[in-house]
Design a protein around this ligand. Sequence first.
Ligand code: 2P0
Length: 305
Amino acid sequence: MRGRGHAPVNIALCKYWGKRDKELNLPVTSSLSMSMTGLGATTEIRPCAGTHDRITLNGQEVDPSQAFASRLSAYLHLFRPTGISFEVDTTSDVPVGAGLASSAAGFAAIVLALNDLFGWELDPPSLSILARLGSGSACRSIHSGFVEWQAGERADGMDSYATPLSEEWPELMIGWLPLSTDEKPISSREAMLRTVETSRLYTAWPEQVANDLAIIKQAITDHSLEALGPAVESNALAMHATMWAAWPPVNYWLPETLAVLQQVWKLRAEGLALYFTMDAGPNVKLIYQKQDQPTIRQAFPEIHI
Ligand code: 2P0
């Protein structure tokens, strides 16, 4: 008896930053992402005897005392039949804990594997809600393409889940620059809480998101990178500004991060339609159109597309 699930990494174009309920991972605002085909997490899960879950990541057994393992075991408790442990075998295409959305793909893959194992046959909103309980952004990784996570209003979170947009935009490219794969200095979970509690700039965030979200959705419908890029870039920078204004300040940037941003701004000033986004880590994701791929590869030879 085993269950299997695969889920893509998603990169937010309009970010989720801040919760209205930290137990249920209910967000303050809606958010919108793009799933990356061919990059994600694959999980196999089997019930087994014993008192501990056995968790394997990329072929290596994870010590049960590690944060990753204890968070996963705590999540599995939500579904665990009495006296049952699980063997969980996950393969991730991206480094864990480096701000590359590995937990989103990971928790979405677990939910799909549990759905397969127990034969639940859940509908996509229910799968998305269960993934959200593991990690907020995981609710978006249940789908491919452009995905919107509706913040919802209900206290029980049953209206807070992700749905795919019908639009497709095959020429839109996203590539990431691996500046560092070290574990981040502070988890996004903790950083988000600290920002909401201490950053005076956070009061401006919901309005920023409402504006950006409307522009981004229209830009996707119109296939307009000129409209999309500024909203995406400004949304990421505003999110980091709320963190810098927290106390103690939250900083994910390295000197190399700023150097890349300056290079993007220089290339754009020279006429290239190139924009960036960043998540809770020092790495930069570049957004551009397929026709400019050769130029981008030349300017950033280390890029993963
Ligand atoms: C996002 N991030 O929208 C934002 C942008 C990071 C920066 O969602 O506490 O791992 O599990 O709900 O989802 C990362 O936070 O946090 C994240 P939890 P999560 O992609």
